[in-house]
Each structure stands twice: as C-alpha cells, then as structure tokens.
Design a protein around this ligand. Structure first.
Ligand code: TRP
Length: 329
C-alpha cells in the first residue's frame, strides 16, 4: 500500500465544499493507502488567527474529521504541532529549497498582497508543507488544484535533497481534486469557501433551519429554460442532489428539467431533504464524540504516537545524512 499524506488547516468551520470536495475523498482513500492525515496548526499561525482558540479549533476539527468517517485506527490522524519533527525537517529542507521558487508561489503572492507586514512564515509555508509530506516519505498527496504548485515544489525539494545528501525521499505525486466542486448558493459563480461571507457557505454542522434558508434562497435563474442548458445556480443544486440522492430521484429531476417542467422549489426541497439525510449520521457521530472528550484526546494521542514513531525514525536517517548530531533518545 502506498503511503499517502494530506493536511488541513484548523481555520473556520468545515463546509459542504470541504466535505464533498476533499474529505469524502480522504475517507475513500483510507482503504487502499497507508493514510496519514494532519491538522496543520503550525501552518495556521502564518495568517491572522486567535491563539486563545486555535487549540480548541484543532480538536474540533479532529472531531469533525472522525465524524465524517476518518477512522483514527485505520488512518494516522494527528495534530501537526504534536510532532515536533515537522519543524526540524523544515529547517533542514530550507537549505535545499530555492529562494526563487518560493518567490514564485502563487499562494504566497496572493496572501502577501496588500499586507503591510509580510511574515517570513508565509514565505516558507511551502517548505513546512514539504516537510509534512516528506517526513513520512509519502508518495501520494490528495490536494485541491490550488495546492498543486506546492506539491511540485515538494518534488523539487526532495530531488535536491536526494542529490545533495543521497537518495532518501520519494518524489510525491499529487492526487488532484477527485471531489466535487461546490459553489456558493448565494453566488453560484464563486466557489463555496470559508474566507467569504457566511452566506457563501453551508457549514457541515449547521442546523437544519439555517441550511434550509440557504438552500431555499439559492440563486437559480428566471426559469422556463428548456433543454440541457443550466444556469450555474441550478447546476450547483443538481450537483448537490447527485451527491446525496438516489439515482432515480436525480433522474426524475433531470427529466423535468429537460422538459422544461422543473419547479425550482421542488428541486430545493429535494436537495435539502437528501442533504440532511446525508449529514445526519455525521451529526450523530459528532454528538457522541462531543460527549466523550477523553476518547477524542485518546485518539489524538494515539495518532501522535504513531506519527512520531515514523517521524523519529526518518529524522534519525536525515540527521545522519545531513551531518548534524544524532539524538541519544
Ligand atoms: N497548504 C494546504 C492547504 O492550505 C494544507 C497543507 C499543509 C497540506 N501541509 C500539507 C496539504 C501537506 C497537503 C499536504 O490546503
């Protein structure tokens, strides 16, 4: 089984875009890979954040992920700052990372734009990401399109390390966006995201009433359009239906649409109904976990122990290759 790593920042609540775009994919990948999933809190501190709440947010995200089906026995699920080797490897990798490459990172350019104070963490963020992946010698990295450049960089870093110190790291390959692309219901031209206004996302743990409000008021079009053509808003509702409803339900609505008989309110009701039945088991699982914080902490310590074991072993080799002192322990 090939080794697979991915990371997610503990910033903001998970929404349907994260769930259908990435997390369901993470869940499915567990079966055929050795999966390592990390809540990357050290990445989160490179952007504005609240130190008072970050720790809780990381644990909340772990609960969400487990509720969504990440199995903390099958996968290694842990919080990045629990395994200090990530930082050590990052420092070492800095010396085999091209400054020029880092200046060309699109995400850095975007995030540093219009900022008065650009912290160096934002600049070396991709090196920490490379360290995350290489620390476990991961061969596959499921990510969204926007992260592909960082994986390319990781490959270059691995190559340079291997060239300089001797073959050690595999060059990881991205697994790109198998997931669905969910758009904002309020503005179906833009991707559902946690950075935008609250109305642009439907939270995974949002309550029924507020989900219904957002689905009900989803932007569609004036209606009465026949044929295969769909406005982005209607297409987005169909995407959600496809992800949650049985085939015959989906087909029924598609036929109505083809024949120009589709009632948007009925489509919205169906989307709401099937969405809620998809989410209900997740909500229930989350409730159970919330009642047992000791259990969650146990899962996270178990994840940390397993991650640490691999990290320590690989760092022993890295230290040897690089020529720095070996730790006694
Ligand atoms: N940068 C990624 C994001 O913003 C998160 C991340 C950190 C990551 N380390 C990683 C993703 C390692 C994949 C592998 O989405």
């Amino acid at each position: 089984m090939s080794k697979l790593f991915s990371g997610i920042q503990p910033t903001g609540d998970l929404h349907l875009g994260n769930y259908f775009g990435a997390i369901t994919n993470w869940v499915n990948l567990q079966k055929e890979h050795d999966t390592v999933y990390s809540i990357v809190d050290l990445h989160a501190i490179t952007s504005d954040y609240d130190p008072e709440t970050l720790r809780d947010q990381s644990v909340e995200l772990a609960i969400d992920l487990i509720a969504c089906g990440i199995d903390p026995e099958e996968s290694i699920l842990f919080i990045q700052s629990d395994v200090v080797e990530h930082v050590e490897l990052q420092w070492i990798l800095n010396s085999v990372t091209s400054y020029g490459d880092l200046t060309r990172m699109t995400q850095f350019k975007e995030k540093s734009q219009d900022k008065e104070f650009i912290n160096a963490g934002l600049f070396s963020y991709p090196v920490l990401q490379a360290a995350d992946i290489l620390l476990y010698k991961a061969e596959k990295v499921p990510v969204g399109e926007d992260q592909v450049q960082h994986i390319e960089l990781t490959r270059r870093v691995a190559r340079r390390f291997n060239h300089t110190y001797g073959d050690f790291f595999p060059e990881p390959e991205p697994i790109i966006g198998h997931g669905a692309r969910i758009m904002s219901t309020a503005d179906p031209e833009q991707k559902m995201s946690k950075s935008g206004h609250e109305k642009h996302m439907i939270g995974l743990m949002e309550d029924r009433d507020s989900i219904w409000e957002k689905v009900k008021s989803a932007v569609t079009d004036p209606g009465g359009v026949e044929g295969e053509e769909m406005s982005p808003g209607v297409a987005n509702l169909f995407t959600l239906l496809e992800l949650t409803a049985p085939d015959d339900v989906l087909e029924g609505f598609k036929e109505d649409h083809r024949e120009g008989e589709l009632m948007y309110i009925e489509l919205k009701e169906a989307v709401y109904e099937h969405l809620v039945s998809t989410l209900e088991p997740i909500w229930e699982k989350r409730e159970d976990l919330e009642k047992d914080p000791g259990k969650v902490e146990e899962y996270l310590q178990h994840g940390r122990d397993r991650a640490e074991e691999i990290a320590r072993e690989n760092m022993r080799e890295v230290r040897k290759l690089v020529g720095v002192r070996r730790r006694a322990r």
